[in-house]
Design a protein around this ligand. Structure first.
Ligand code: ADP
Ligand code: SF4
Length: 701
């Protein structure tokens, strides 16, 4: 395997002493973490369905130097589960092999293995087990899916059962090899928070009312855990910093009172923001370290170590968090996904090699869509076991073929970087003066600045590789390419937004009067802006429409936002942004019109139809921005394909279109396509074989 890390580049460098504090060992009850890098629990869309894929992903993080590595949430009992979402389970012995495999993987390089134990209660509709959910009080199921199910209020026997089920889970977790058992009471997702919050706990017995009473269950669960496994396992609790419901909920002030009251209760306090949406905010809406005000002072209330999160990728920021007494451990989910080797790179003085999370939440969409998670920055995420990919290494080249990559967007940059890592001589030709393609253009739009990290990381890596040459201002033609004599040619020339309203709602063109100026996102990104009253027609449903609405409001336009969906930026529900985006539109004074499909573009306005009734309405405007579908910029690829008969004479073995030039999609698809291209250079055709490994359910009699 080729590795362009320190080893290949001439040996490990010394850590900057400024960062020494991050590598101090920290004691957590009966166990000790080797450093302060703490991978907090995070979902991955694989869970119980893909146990080996999830385990191998954690193993790579262990290799990358994390001191503590957690599982995703693990459902402790079948009476509470969150189908359709796919996490882990510790219901009975059948779950043990997967959990053992993950603990072993985490231990492989000296990390402590943490398991997050969850009883979802009012958050679990039990669609799979068909058990009646239970919660502190009678409550509808409070999850993303508004299922027609309610949880019934637990009686005292139910609470005794709940404690017993936790005891079973503690024993199994210890037997599976876990060092830290964390009770999940954050993000509004677990029964512990439901007991703590006066909104969801309306009990009148000793488990309800005062804060002391509402914390009773947590106290009992922790004392049971100590009893069962406390000799060798640390007991942690993950709580919300603020439920974001004022004093009616479990507020930051109540949390402080509780921590002060029970300062020594767990071996470690892990604090996350209130809702998952708030905790995992995207970079469009939340900066790095956004939870600082909520966590400040908590550590001073307890002698136990404290973990906090904040999409930390800057080592200096991490040091400050520790030195200022905000936290003992740098908690990270997304930064550990984007760069599983983040601790190691800081340790080896390779800060510039860190692949920083861009805060796009594409990883979250894997969980929300019950597919396997992917990461825009780390295209090997969840492919470590399925395809044998690694974030830092790749198989060495199997031929001496030179590789030409045309187009330096995310697909081209990734292909050139990974092909270079394999040891090929690579030329990367870019038509314009700047690298990055769409990420460079999009990163200039409101809120998307961090997306430039997709370019910066790859550009930085390529710059260090003597075998990769970059040619700017080099728009290539088929004649150019045939004349060069490269063995493999990747066409990564991107895509362009359509102007004809064709996307999902309109599969065919609509009548359009040329008198109405029609713009596309490409126009706006190139500085060609409309003026006056602008209709944005969004049949794309992700971020672009609302980002352009923000841009145009900034530029002084009146904006009407039309979409056939019932919500603005519907797909961004999966990145946890939809509510924030719609709120932003309304706050900015954008005239939001949902369930409206565009049926005509006329001089002076457009005609929209209700997507339910077909009833039409005319909307006067000065210009229209179509945020609809895209078409691949594949003219070069098609030219080359048409001349396939000439390839052999010019030494060409393969020509492939990758990324948006092949089929437009989000940026993560492009970085993946580039990585895949390099992984599969000179590979034997797979024929009818699947291109990945998978696990299928074990069939019982
Ligand atoms: P992707 O998302 O697939 O990487 P992008 O649109 O971000 O696609 O990037 C495509 C890049 O290809 C752009 O920077 C564009 O300037 C460049 N490009 C397009 N046509 C050519 C060409 N004929 N020769 C060199 N570069 C090209
Ligand atoms: Fe960060 Fe985006 Fe990767 Fe998630 S998908 S880890 S938010 S870069």
């Amino acid at each position: 395997m080729m590795d362009l890390g320190s080893a290949q580049a001439g040996g490990a460098r010394l850590r900057d002493p400024r960062y020494d504090i991050l590598f101090e060992p920290v004691r957590i009850g009966p166990v000790t973490a080797k450093n302060r890098f703490y991978q907090v629990p995070h979902c991955n869309g694989g869970g119980y369905r893909d146990p080996s894929a999830a385990a191998e992903m954690r193993r790579v993080k262990s290799e990358g130097g994390w001191g503590v590595i957690f599982t995703e949430q693990v459902e402790i009992h079948h009476s509470s589960e969150i189908t359709p979402f796919i996490e882990l389970r510790i219901w009975d012995e059948d779950d043990m092999p997967g959990l053992v495999k993950m603990a072993d993987a985490i231990h492989s390089n000296g990390a402590l293995a943490g398991i997050e134990l969850a009883y979802s209660g009012a958050n679990g509709p039990n669609l799979y087990t068909r058990e009646v959910p239970m919660a502190p009080s009678h409550t509808p199921i409070l999850t993303f899916t508004s299922d027609p199910v309610q949880a019934r209020a637990m009686d005292k026997q139910d609470i005794r059962n709940l404690r017993h089920w936790h005891r079973l889970a503690y024993r199994r977790a210890k037997r599976a090899g876990y060092d830290i058992l964390c009770l999940y009471g954050a993000h509004g997702f677990g029964v512990i928070q439901h007991f703590l919050s006066p909104r969801t706990n309306q009990r009148s017995d000793e488990y309800g009312g005062s804060l002391e009473n509402r914390a009773r269950l947590l106290k009992e669960l922790i004392s049971d855990a100590r009893d069962e496994v406390g000799d060798s396992c640390a007991i942690a609790v993950r709580l919300s910093l603020d439920e974001l419901a004022g004093e009616a909920g479990f507020s930051n002030a109540q949390l402080r009172d509780m921590v002060a009251m029970h300062a020594e209760l767990p071996d470690l306090w892990d604090f996350a923001h209130g809702t998952w949406e708030a905790c995992s905010g995207t970079s469009r809406f939340k900066p790095e370290g956004a939870q600082e005000d909520l966590i400040r002072g908590l550590k001073q209330l307890t002698p136990r170590p404290v973990v906090g999160v904040g999409r930390f990728t800057s080592a200096d920021m991490m040091v400050r968090q520790v030195k200022q007494g905000l936290m003992d451990f740098i908690g990270a989910a997304r930064p550990s996904i984007a760069d599983p080797f983040l601790p190691k790179k800081i340790d080896e003085g390779r800060i510039e090699d860190i692949r920083e999370c861009i805060g796009c939440n594409i990883c979250v969409t894997g969980d929300m869509t019950m597919s396997l998670s992917r990461c825009t920055q780390n295209s090997s995420f969840m492919e470590e076991w399925r395809k044998g990919w690694h974030p830092e290494r790749i198989q060495g080249r199997q031929s001496d073929h030179k590789v030409l990559v045309v187009g330096a967007g995310p697909a081209g940059l990734s292909a050139a970087h990974k092909a270079g890592l394999r040891g090929h001589d690579v030329a990367l030709a870019e038509a314009s003066a700047e690298l990055g393609g769409r990420v460079t253009r999009e990163s200039r739009l409101p809120g998307l600045n961090a997306w430039a990290r997709v370019r910066d990381y790859r550009q930085g890596q390529i710059a260090k590789m003597a075998n990769v040459n970059v040619y700017r201002d080099s728009r290539l033609t088929a004649d150019d390419i045939l004349g060069f004599g490269f063995g493999h040619v990747a066409i990564a020339t991107g895509a362009s937004w359509r102007r004809d309203a064709i996307a999902r709602w309109n599969l065919l063109p609509i009548p359009a009067d040329p008198a109405m100026p029609v713009f596309t996102p490409d126009d706006l990104m190139a500085g060609r802006l409309p003026a006056g009253h602008v209709v944005i027609y969004d049949d794309d449903h992700y971020y672009m429409g609302s980002v352009l609405a923000e841009l145009l409001v900034q530029k002084g336009c009146n904006v009407s936002f039309l979409t056939p969906s019932s919500r603005v930026a519907e797909w961004s529900f999966n990145t946890l942004e939809q509510g924030t985006i719609q709120a932003r539109m309304l706050t900015l004074g954008v005239d939001v019109r949902v369930t409206r499909g565009l049926v005509g573009v006329e001089q002076g306005g457009v005609t929209a139809a209700c997507t339910y009734t077909g009833r039409t309405e005319a909307i006067a405007c000065d210009a229209v921005v179509m945020v609809t579908a895209r078409l691949p910029d594949d003219a070069l690829f098609l030219d080359l394909k048409a001349r396939a008969a000439e390839w052999a004479d010019h030494g060409i073995v393969s020509v492939k279109a990758i990324g948006d030039a092949n089929a437009p999609a989000a940026i993560a698809w492009a970085t993946y396509a580039g990585h895949r291209y390099a992984e599969e250079l000179d590979a034997e055709p797979l024929g009818d074989q699947l291109p990945f490994r998978r696990e299928v359910a074990q069939v019982k009699d």
